[in-house]
Design a protein around this ligand. Structure first.
Ligand code: NOJ
Ligand code: CA
Length: 532
């Protein structure tokens, strides 16, 4: 059962992202579905996951694989029924696992009845639910706005019938809604209430920073090369003008979530300038409780780079919020591939996991990360995604013949040639596997007050070593992450001479042994120490 009701449950939670199409196949048709997820809740529970984020499973033409929604309050038949969803939610809650849904508010599918009505008749009351504009004086799109997908080009799509353009920030099959229209807000608030009253625990908001549009449709300024570090996310190829109205819109959304108890909003705000990003937490606790740390997921594999990314956002996070730190998502190459985490004996994968689970933030594990799934090469003729994100969305590798496993001859995206090389089945039986390490790490985190909700303090700026101390009441732990391919020296907070090793990424280190300041750390070892 869900634990004590607590408005702050999310602060100490470990999230897990499920891409429903690829997580577990309940009926063997090669596409993941809701009954498949329900059948695998025990796996998540054993892993000690506290909450899952489900990518969209609503009716959709699947041009952007569910991020183009044609009905916000139903389930696409390929994934199951509303009754299947209710069963999933109930089964999750019975295990104490919370569920948040993906709320795609910026745009609907052009097949949504709202858009069909708007497009069919210029005088229809739905027309103003979307963003329309006449062509530029010399013809062509109204301004220089670009789609977030490089393959698409202009963010404007011509409606031949009316001669006007409509805004499509992603694909031409996703029409941007006009959130300046109160009727749009009302309709979307009702969508939220529909799911919240069924019991969902909150939402992950798709591109919430894009909800407000410049009413004057001014050209976007070019991004300055000098400001590259602080440019909008790579998929946002232009700098966007920040509109204060977006915060009023988000306060409205938060107020709806707050009509219900203990719900949470997590925003995918792809702005890499920390101060601009932090505005989405609100001026008091009235916007998003969490945003993804986009600096973290864009960081290269190096201790100084991670330190800088982590510190940059931590510095601006207000007390009522937390960043959510993911290593991979359905939009990013898998961390195991990007960082080469499986090289050698896979110690880097354990180091990455230890970092993610011990920072002062909410971790989100992308399905399959816990077994070290890598990007799977997809031949050109099998690429399905407009932005070529197929390789990091391939089916979960459960292992042949197990619950919810995909049949590689039918799966909607290819699976690796040796499906059982990296699989849950194999790793469950192996105490030295990455999965076994994740289990130990998450079990440790769950019982550790300092890791769940303690303070965070850097111990030293030493270059290849990330070292920090986390404290809650009288308990303190020190986390040492040695990124160097050679030994490093243990550092402890001033006044502490000896600590006890609780958990290491290196099998040579025995739990319970004493470690003193100056003692060696193994190459690429991650170590959690308890201070007496
Ligand atoms: C962000 C989502 O994560 C991505 O998958 C999608 O393509 C765009 N938003 C458009 O909804
Ligand atoms: Ca299926």
């Amino acid at each position: 059962m869900l634990g004590e009701r607590s408005a702050d449950w999310w602060r100490s939670a470990v999230f897990y992202q499920i891409y429903p199409r690829s997580f577990a196949d309940g009926n063997g048709d090669g596409i993941g579905d809701l009954p498949g997820i329900t059948a695998r809740l025990d796996y998540l529970n054993d892993l000690q996951i506290d909450a899952v984020w489900l990518s969209p499973f609503f009716p959709s033409p699947q041009v952007d694989f569910g991020y183009d929604i044609s009905d916000y309050t139903a389930v696409d038949p390929v994934y199951g029924t509303l009754a299947d969803f209710d069963r999933l939610l109930d089964a999750a809650h019975r295990r104490g696992v919370r569920v948040i849904l993906d709320l795609v508010l910026n745009h609907s599918s052009t097949k949504h009845p709202w858009f069909l009505e708007a497009q069919g008749d210029r005088r229809s009351s739905r027309r103003s639910w979307y963003v329309w504009a006449d062509p530029a004086p010399g013809g062509g799109p109204p301004n220089n706005w670009l789609s977030s997908f490089p393959a698409v080009g202009s963010a404007w799509t011509l409606d031949e019938r009316s001669g006007q353009y409509f805004l499509t920030t992603f694909t031409p099959a996703q029409a941007d809604l006009d959130w300046h229209n109160p009727d749009v807000r009302q309709a979307m608030h009702d969508v939220m209430r529909f799911w919240l009253s069924r019991g969902v625990d909150g939402f992950r908001l798709d591109v919430p920073h894009r909800l407000a549009k410049d009413p004057m449709l001014r050209d976007n300024p070019p991004s300055l090369a000098a400001a590259r570090r602080f440019m909008d996310h790579a998929t946002d190829r232009q700098r966007h003008i920040d509109l204060p109205e977006v915060h009023e819109i988000l306060r409205g959304i938060r107020a709806v979530a707050d009509e219900f108890e203990d719900r949470v909003l997590l925003g995918e705000v792809t702005i890499t300038e920390p101060r601009r990003l932090a505005r989405y937490f609100g001026e008091s606790d009235d916007e998003l409780q969490m945003v993804f740390d986009v600096l973290f997921w864009d960081s290269p594999w190096s201790a100084p780079a991670f330190r800088e990314a982590i510190a940059a956002l931590d510095r601006v996070v207000p007390p009522w919020s937390l960043p959510c730190r993911a290593m991979s998502t359905h939009d990013h190459r898998r961390a195991a591939s990007r960082y080469g985490l499986l090289a050698g004996d896979g110690r880097r994968a354990r180091l990455a996991a230890m970092m993610q689970m011990t920072l002062r933030s909410v971790p989100c594990v992308y399905y399959g990360e816990e077994i070290g799934m890598t990007d799977v090469p997809v031949a050109a003729e099998r690429i399905r995604d407009v932005d070529q994100r197929d390789a990091n969305r391939t089916p979960m590798q459960w292992g042949p013949g197990t619950l919810g496993a995909f049949d590689p001859t039918k799966s909607w995206l290819p699976m690796p040639d040796e499906p059982d090389r990296v699989s849950v089945l194999r790793q469950t039986a192996d105490a030295s596997s990455l999965l076994a390490f994740y289990r130990r790490l998450l079990a440790y985190r769950r019982q550790s007050r300092p890791l769940r909700d303690g303070s965070f303090e850097w111990l030293s700026p030493a270059s290849d070593l990330l070292a920090y101390c986390r404290a809650a009441e009288t308990s303190r732990v020190v986390v040492l992450l040695n990124f160097a391919p050679h030994e490093a020296r243990t550092i402890l907070p001033p006044g502490a001479a000896v600590a006890v090793a609780d958990l290491s990424t290196d099998p040579r280190r025995r739990a319970g042994t004493a470690v003193a300041a100056g003692d060696p750390l193994f190459a690429e070892e991650g170590l959690i120490l308890r201070l007496a």
